[in-house]
Design a binder for this molecule. Structure first.
Ligand code: BMA
Length: 365
């Protein structure tokens, strides 16, 4: 009896010793593989192109029967013949156990599309616009500046919030043994989300990020996430670091910067945006090198693409040679005709996007 149960253990130990003696390294984890890929593209001077919600819907179309749909349609692919290398999804709504997110994307579709995209060599990133745990409003409900305080340990909404975190963790765990970029608590240097600058102290913000990280990684064993920190830019290096939760909590430095023409002429708005992106990415490059991280332009775009040469003359010169691993433009809403950030088949300036997608240092799939 004893001999039988010990024998397999001895065989295992011998096998392990033989492998170690032969110099074989243990297989790299999905997170190590993805980290190496992100760093390698950047080192080669290549920038991956990403698009939010690309596989769920596009301008004037939407997947309806996701269980029986191949999820192969994409506005980006319709125009360029290639998928974006990075696809973003948003978890907003998962915290309540909803079946669809805040933009009506079923979480089942999201899971299927994310895995299909990873399966074809793509990279997936998740943002999260959770509702307001104190007021019951949405992520943009800034009527109270005590929300973050209320969900930290000892706060009146702590238990509720831990339940919300557990639902988000369930979804990510359900993806299986794959690595994705997770980008919670974004754009916190503005004051439009309940976790924003005027709505909590720097220490509260850091504690929120750390609590999320520690719960996911230590309690839930979600060790495959690449943690992306992404304040809205442009901001100074000092401001960037003012709410940075620490090197142990962050793998990737991001920033969200959009072009907002307002009433300015397009060339003025374009020059301003280009300067902001260049400067911010230069700051991130420095910070990333000092800390052994990689970096990205985590969200960007010009709503409605009103500039006919935006891709070739504005975005491309701003990101080419920047060292960023990827740049992601925001979503093409199917139900808001002017709310789009990538061209679709038939869009007037699609040729400009094709040229961008064919640049040697811009990567699509
Ligand atoms: C915003 C807009 C909203 C959307 C939200 C979360 O920038 O696109 O319509 O609900 O992102 O995806």
């Amino acid at each position: 009896m004893m001999r039988n149960s010990v024998l397999p253990l001895i065989l295992c130990a011998l096998l392990l010793a033989a492998c170690t003696a032969g110099g074989k390294k243990p297989a790299a984890s999905p997170k190590e593989v993805l980290s190496e890929r992100l760093a390698a593209y950047a080192a080669e001077g290549k920038v991956l192109y990403g698009h939010q919600d690309d596989l769920s819907y596009g301008h004037a179309w939407c997947v309806t029967d996701w269980e029986n749909d191949g999820l192969t349609r994409s506005d980006v692919r319709d125009v360029t013949g290639k998928y974006p290398a990075v696809v973003g999804f948003d978890l907003g709504g998962i915290e309540l156990g909803d079946s669809c997110n805040l933009d009506k994307v079923p979480f089942g579709l999201m899971r299927k599309a994310a895995l299909a995209h990873i399966g074809r060599g793509g990279i997936v990133t998740f943002s999260w616009h959770p509702r307001n745990p104190l007021t019951g409003g949405d992520a943009w409900d800034i009527s109270s500046d005590e929300v973050v305080y209320s969900i930290l340990e000892g706060g009146e909404k702590h238990e509720v919030f831990m339940e919300w975190l557990s639902r988000a963790a369930d979804f990510l765990a359900g993806l299986g043994d794959v690595s994705v970029v997770f980008r919670p608590w974004h754009e916190h240097m503005g004051s439009w989300f309940w976790w924003g600058w005027r709505l909590c102290s720097a220490n509260e913000y850091k504690a929120l990020f750390q609590l999320t990280h520690d719960y996911f990684v230590q309690e839930r064993g979600l060790t495959n996430l690449i943690w992306c920190f992404s304040p809205n830019g442009p901001i100074t290096r000092e401001d960037y670091l003012s709410r940075y939760p620490g090197d142990d909590y962050v793998d990737m430095l991001g920033t969200d910067i959009y072009e907002y023409p307002g009433s300015d002429p397009l060339d003025v708005a374009a020059a301003r945006y280009q300067g902001q992106v260049r400067e911010m990415l230069a700051t991130l490059k420095e910070l990333a090198a000092e800390r052994g991280k990689f970096f990205c332009l985590s969200e960007t775009g010009l709503e409605g693409l009103v500039d006919p040469h935006w891709w070739s003359d504005v975005l491309y010169p701003a990101v080419s040679g920047s060292g960023a691993s990827y740049v992601l433009t925001w979503r093409n809403a199917h139900d808001m005709p002017g709310h789009f950030y990538a061209p679709w088949k038939g869009f007037a300036h699609e040729e400009d996007f094709k040229q961008f997608s064919n640049k040697e240092d811009i990567v699509l799939l």
